[in-house]
Design a protein around this ligand. Sequence first.
Ligand code: RIB
Length: 306
Amino acid sequence: MKQIAVIGSTNVDLVSYIDRMPVGGETRPVSDFQIVTGGKGANQAVAASKLGGDVLFLTATGTDSFGEMCRSKLTGFGIRKEGLFTVEGATGSTCIVVEENGENRILINKAANGKLTSALADSMEAELAKSSLIVLQLEIPLETVYHLIEFGRRHAIPVLLNPAPAIPDLELEKVVQCDFFVPNQSELSLLIGRPLETMEEIVEAAKELIAKGLKHVIVTIGSRGALYVSAETNGAVQIPPVKVTAVDTTGAGDAFIGAFAECWVRTKDIRQSLERAVSYSAQSVTRKGTQEAYLTKEEFASAEEK
Ligand code: RIB
């Protein structure tokens, strides 16, 4: 089986479901509260693993009880133990609020994720070098992300970068070597430095990134599906959405990346992988949570038959 290396964050998510956001100074009750394992890296690794992918996940969790909870959940989801580093101190955590329309807002304490250094990643160099795809996001130190993009280039391993969460100091010249660049609409907007609303504006922005040297730009656009632009496509390809009722959109982008990665290493078919990713991510928003809400390969197959 072809190995997918995901290098990224693990968090414990403290999730409150609310009818509306409180205004300043206001206290409001929640309709539901859950403590679940999350983190963009972990979510992507778990999605790919649940779909049957062979996932090597490198992540750093702390010496606290949250760390134990995350490591045990991850192995339960089929993630191998070897890349789950334990570092002194607290595990990453977030405070998430989800409104009735499924929209989420997230505050993050990166904690152990900030200690996933290049040196720690290098300690798994021999295993990493066996990968068919490297998947990265931005909840770990930027220096580690740049280091792994360079590692991918040296070993001729394709790299997928999900520039999430959006950070203003991402250096484009350091990421143009990535094969797949997968922002959402607001991440692309921050990167390009202007608001993006219409499809035309999004396509224009994606084309600007292609002109700067990126090979494949995939923009996830929520309920509008996804958009794909590459040097080879003549114009943009729009992958239509799968209509569902959203309950919780947290981790939908991660479900998309995990599903895309699993399908792409197996088929090398970008179009097919994009369609599968849109559909898998749509399924993920119909249930509360992230990793627990992601469907297994069998569950996904039967959901697609309906
Ligand atoms: O993308 C969703 C994830 O972002 C959550 O699980 C949370 O941990 C934050 O990292």
